[in-house]
Design a protein around this ligand. Structure first.
Ligand code: ZN
Length: 165
C-alpha cells in the first residue's frame, strides 16, 4: 500500500475559491507542480496533484467551459470523450486496476472549469471501501515524490501513444 498523508481540506477550499482557474493557469503555463500527461487542441490530461488513488488522472477541455454538457456541442463533447477514453484506458494499462471510475464533478463555487476524474480502483479493496468511499480525501492522499509523479505521467502517456498506433 502506498503511504498516505493527511490532506488539509480547509486550506484547499480556501485556495480554490480565491485563486484564478487552475486549469486555465496550467494551460497558460503559469502554474508549477502539475504533471501533464497529454495536451492537444481540445483537451489536457494531467495527474491529480492530490491523488486518493494511485494513477488518478484528470481530463479537461483547453477552453474554459463549465457545464458538463450545456457548454459543448455534441461533436465537441464526443471529441473530448475520445480523449477521456484514451486516458482511462492508458491509466488502466499503467497501474493495477480492478475497475476504472470516470466522473465529472466540479462546483460553481470553486473548480468551475469542467473536468473528468479518471480514478483507478486497485484490486482487493473491500466493497464498502470502494466507489465514492475510495475517493474521500478525508482518508488522506497518496504521497508521491516529484520523480514518481513524473514516471507515472510518462507511463500513462506511453500507453496512450501505444493505443494510438
Ligand atoms: Zn478555466
Amino acid at each position: 500500500m502506498p503511504t498516505r498523508v493527511p490532506f488539509d481540506l480547509d486550506a484547499y477550499i480556501r485556495r480554490i475559491q480565491n485563486s484564478p482557474c487552475f486549469i486555465c493557469e496550467m494551460v497558460a503555463g503559469r502554474l508549477r507542480g502539475n504533471h501533464i500527461i497529454y495536451q492537444d487542441d481540445c483537451s489536457i490530461a494531467f495527474l491529480n496533484k492530490y491523488p486518493m488513488l494511485y494513477g488518478y488522472a484528470l481530463v479537461a477541455p483547453i477552453a474554459h467551459r463549465e457545464q458538463v454538457t450545456a457548454d459543448f456541442t455534441l461533436a465537441e463533447y464526443l471529441a473530448l470523450q475520445a480523449n477521456v477514453y484514451r486516458v482511462a484506458e492508458a491509466v488502466r494499462r499503467s497501474v493495477p486496476a480492478e475497475r476504472v471510475y470516470i466522473l465529472s464533478l466540479g462546483s460553481q463555487q470553486g473548480n468551475r472549469h469542467v473536468h473528468w476524474h479518471i480514478a483507478p480502483l486497485p484490486p482487493g479493496v473491500p466493497f464498502e471501501q470502494q466507489q465514492l468511499e475510495a475517493l474521500r480525501v478525508e482518508h488522506g492522499v497518496i504521497d508521491l515524490s516529484d520523480a514518481e509523479m513524473q514516471a507515472l505521467a510518462r507511463s500513462i502517456r506511453a500507453n496512450m501513444d501505444d493505443l494510438a498506433r
